[in-house]
Write a protein that binds this ligand. Sequence first.
Ligand code: GDP
Ligand code: GDP
Length: 436
Amino acid sequence: MKPIVAIVGRPNVGKSTFFNRVTRTKDAIVDDFPGVTRDRNYGDVNWEGVEFTLVDTGGFLENDEDDFAHHIRFQISQAIEDADVIVLVLDGKSGVSPFDRDLIEILRTVTKPVFYAVNKIDGLEQEDRLYDFYALGVENLYPVSAEHRYGINDFLDDLICALPRADSTPSQEEMIKLAVVGRPNAGKSSLINRLLGENRLVVSEVPGTTRDAIDSVCHINGKSYTLIDTAGIRRKGKVSKKIEKFSIIKALRSLDRCDVALIVMDADEGITEQDISIAGYAYERGCGCVFLLNKWDVIEKDTNTAKRFYERLRMEAKFLSFAPAMTISALTGLRVQRIFKLADDVYSQYASRIGTGQLNKILETAIERNEPSLHKGKRLKFYYATQVSSKPPTFVCFVSYPDAVHFSYKRYLINQIREGAKLDKTPIRLIFRQRT
Ligand code: GDP
Ligand code: GDP
């Protein structure tokens, strides 16, 4: 599990430039489903072999009813609660604003590492702009230019030293780890209570991987499950109802640790954009997924209601077409016990391995049936493929020109693997490598 570094700060100080500067490496993500990564404001970084996830919290200011100061304080309070390290970006060009003072006051009380990046210092000759900021009495002041990369390397060198070490959580190996995710009020905590309540006798609480996280372990039908960060889900934010309560950091953290994500949606509200973007995070993290359309008890139904919901879901979240979906009610308990069975089905595929012989037979047949188009007049040649890891099943396929495999052809091959290896409910990764 990677540590999470959150970027906070006023609008226009250069947060998103900074984010892009640090996350956009040469291996830009080319996705099979272009829409998924559209508004991506989190990204994985590998600096000197140390990995972390960078989150630009500024990207989540959606609710325009509240003033921005309110938003930023909220954004910061979430980052303080959820992230491992906080980076406050300041504007070295416009200088210190009273609002910065406020933020620094808040951050001073935090026990987690905080870095202060004074941005828009576009070179050594502009470093005198720092003096104003030194007057604020903070240490860890870094002059940087997100635009020109000035100071970024030094900043990253120090940042990685402040990251908590990836801890090895022992003894949870045999358990199926479930994360409950979804937007505020979808019914996550009701669902957790229902899942644990009905299996009351066998629940125990174990510390999660971060300070305040508490997981719940339960044993059902001879299997063990860990429900990730149940404490965090039950604990209601202290912030006002009006403000967006969704914490992307919490969601990413749970998704990073889980085998199967239970994506809870409020059927009464319908499927919203935020539901789809949460599904997008789950897709990107490569976990198994189950869609749960909750509050089914209040839906006025005819025979086609569920079908219409599923169709809509399939259309909106094409990228998760392999994720099973089910209508439930956390309130009445409708179909709640079936969730474990569904999660088992997903997990068994998610953790499965298929033999090299079988894999290559599937691909040979697929390529024979539908040959890839020529690449600059040359035939794209496929050599062989092998499964390199599971959770999720990941295959490497050696070819003559990896860049020449069109994404639609890649999708075709993935679908053929799904069909041939009976992996219809799990994400699959297919990577093309040049045969050397
Ligand atoms: P955000 O609202 O905090 O995400 O800020 P943006 O990343 O959108 O940047 C706001 C403005 O500052 C844009 O016009 C950027 O081009 C500019 N900017 C960002 N970083 C730098 C920098 O390092 N130097 C200079 N001179 N301008 C920058
Ligand atoms: P969370 O923010 O996702 O944890 O959502 P909660 O579990 O707090 O639920 C939000 C609201 O929806 C509460 O008032 C719940 O009582 C209600 N709720 C949750 N599940 C159901 C359900 O299945 N049916 C109905 N009718 N209400 C539900």
